[in-house]
Design a protein around this ligand. Structure first.
Ligand SMILES: O=C(O)Cn1ncc2ncnc(NCCc3cnc(NC(=O)Nc4cccc(Cl)c4)s3)c21
Length: 272
């Protein structure tokens, strides 16, 4: 087949299918490369919207970072191309959509399923951190589910090379931000470990640990760092979450130790 030897793709190389979701800067469609036949997710972004939000540099950095990431629990960006008005991201298709929707449908997840998911995310983050990439936007909306039910860390639109001083204004939920980011301090890869702790709590409980109806109260709770666990959360799960949600970045449990934590090991054994 005459696949493009280093040449650029164009929209006419794809059949476009149903919309998969709508984002802030554009929509994602199921699509199929015509030759060879290959299913992808195609995110279509409007240059005008990227320019007015001044995020072109963020997108350029994401494309650069994603080009070097290849891991079973990281959603691949196969390639990208553009035309006069739009930029197209050719992404791995995650058949079962967002983890966010699964959590909404179920309310909260079992300790077994959550432990398996957290193991996979710790594995993905350990891989990214070894490549000096911090994701910085871990939350159920940015985690997709593949055809075998495996998790795919996705959307590196906020990722950077560590260490970093965030410049763009944060938008969206503060729930996943660690104290050092909430207080605008320089931050490193430990921000992802904090977010992994928030994710573990949210999957088990159905809402994040410091959630409040207004931002200033959420910021206060993040800085205070007091975690209330519902009765049904096991002691081992509480232990892991507490070791991840340490105020001091360097005190947070290293990812390699997360992957062998008793709560993870016990639940992975049971799932075999
Ligand atoms: O579409 C859905 O709602 C869910 N869905 N369901 C299945 C499925 N399979 C694959 N991908 C999906 N969604 C796209 C996930 C992304 C990955 N990478 C991104 N990067 C990005 O948006 N970057 C970006 C955008 C605008 C500005 C800047 Cl600065 C950066 S989005 C899927």
């Amino acid at each position: 087949y005459d696949h493009k030897k280093g040449g650029r793709f164009s929209l006419s190389d794809f059949d476009i299918g149903r919309p998969l979701g709508r984002g802030k800067f554009g929509s994602v469609y199921l699509a199929r490369l015509k030759n060879p036949e290959y299913i992808v997710a195609l995110k279509i972004l409007f240059k005008s919207q990227l320019q007015s939000a001044r995020v072109e540099h963020q997108l350029r950095r994401e494309i650069e970072i994603q080009a070097h990431l290849k891991h079973p629990h990281v959603l691949r960006m196969h390639t990208y191309f553009w035309d006069e008005k739009k930029i197209y991201l050719v992404l791995e298709y995650a058949e079962h959509g967002e983890l966010f929707r699964q959590l909404q449908d179920r309310g909260r997840l079992s300790e077994g399923r959550t432990a398996e998911y957290i193991y996979q995310m710790a594995d993905a983050l350990s891989y990214c951190h070894k490549k000096n990439v911090i994701h910085r936007d871990i939350k159920p909306e940015n985690i997709l589910i593949g055809s075998d039910g495996e998790l795919k860390l996705s959307d590196f639109g906020w990722s950077v090379h560590a260490p970093s001083k965030r410049r763009a204004t944060l938008c969206g939920t503060l729930d996943y931000l660690p104290p050092e980011m909430v207080n605008g301090k320089p931050h490193g890869e430990h921000v992802d470990i904090w977010a992994l702790g928030v994710l573990t709590y949210e999957l088990l409980v159905g809402k994040p640990p410091f959630e409040c109806d207004d931002e200033s109260r959420t910021k206060r709770r993040i800085n205070k760092g007091v975690i209330e666990f519902p009765r049904y959360i096991s002691n081992e799960a509480r232990d892991l979450i507490t070791r991840l949600l340490k105020k001091k970045p360097e005190e947070r449990l290293p990812l390699e130790e997360v992957m062998v934590h008793p709560w993870i090991v016990k639940n992975l054994e049971k799932r075999k």
